[in-house]
Design a protein around this ligand. Structure first.
Ligand code: SAM
Length: 279
């Protein structure tokens, strides 16, 4: 008997209209659907009138459940893997199952569709054609900072996932490590309250201090090279840099702001230096 196939099926990240025709056909044709949260996925499957045996496959049962799924595949059953939203494996369970299938000569096929990271990158407005997907950062501040340090000199756009109650702390850490850079914070993509805030790291912190984060978020941060390419003025001394803007007609406050943006450091730092320089 030949082995069954594992299908990695993407589901919508909000708007149910984003399910693909092939996803529906696949979910209707397989023998078993392995879902991250069966109760959550049942709502999606009921909406599309799909009735199939469901089994759970999530972070804390993946070792045991992976073996069960592999044995079903070896019996010739086709299995679809879905997650709560978007593309399985991308910050969702599934990587071990794919690896185990490959090692067992079981065919793995993709049924692509929605992915929050890709959607956010298409909306961020940065010109850099390359991006690095980082996903979730550690929760503890020192670990978060340590992790961010690794990406500080990346020239690509950096893409992070974050939960609403952790968003502000993550934005603060991004601002602390990367300084002032352009950032895009995409919220509730494809849903009723979809919103993209395009601003600087510093302003994003202020915005979410004043507006409680609600919903699901993807953060895109401009890569370091893009920023530096714009900043030929950074070759000047700090004093010359601030004076350049003052001479070109800006107030001291605006000169400090521009200088901080150019150098990718917090405004406060430039302001304090300007006091010391008696500007
Ligand atoms: N595998 C999914 C994908 O392909 O997008 C991601 C799963 S991960 C567990 C969930 C995270 O994705 C959320 O915390 C949020 O950062 C992001 N996300 C999912 N849906 C979103 C949406 N509609 N708008 C913004 N971000 C979303």
């Amino acid at each position: 008997m030949s082995y069954g196939k594992l299908y990695i099926v993407a589901t919508p990240i909000g708007n149910l209209g984003d399910i693909t025709i092939r996803a529906l056909e696949t979910l209707k044709s397989v023998d078993i659907i392995a879902a991250e949260d069966t109760r959550h996925s049942l709502k999606l499957l009921n909406h599309f009138d799909i009735k199939k045996p469901l089994t759970s496959y999530f972070e804390h049962n993946k070792q045991y459940k992976g073996n069960v799924v592999i044995s079903k595949l070896k019996e010739g059953k086709d299995v679809a893997l879905i997650s709560d939203a978007g593309t399985p494996v991308i910050s969702d369970p599934g990587a071990e199952l794919v690896k185990d299938c490959i090692e067992n000569n079981i065919e793995v096929l993709t049924v692509p569709g929605a992915c929050a990271a890709i959607s956010a990158v298409t909306l961020c407005g940065f010109l850099n054609k390359r991006f690095s997907f980082i996903g979730f950062l550690p929760v503890k501040k020192n670990e978060k900072i340590k992790e961010l340090e690794k990406f500080k000199n990346y020239e690509t756009t950096l893409v992070f996932y974050e939960a609403p109650h952790k968003l502000l702390k993550t934005l603060e850490a991004i601002c602390e490590v990367f300084g002032v850079r352009n950032i895009s914070v995409a919220r509730e993509l494809t849903k009723k309250y979809e919103q993209v805030i395009r601003t600087t790291t510093e302003e994003a912190v202020k915005y979410f201090e004043e507006n409680e984060p609600v919903g699901e978020f993807v953060i895109c941060v401009e890569g370091c090279e893009e920023k530096e390419a714009e900043n030929e003025l950074n070759a000047l001394s700090l004093e010359e840099h601030i004076k350049y803007y003052i001479k070109s007609g800006l107030s001291k406050k605006d000169a400090v702001k521009k200088c901080a943006e150019d150098r990718g450091v917090p405004k406060r730092e430039i302001y304090n230096a300007s006091i010391e320089l008696e500007l």
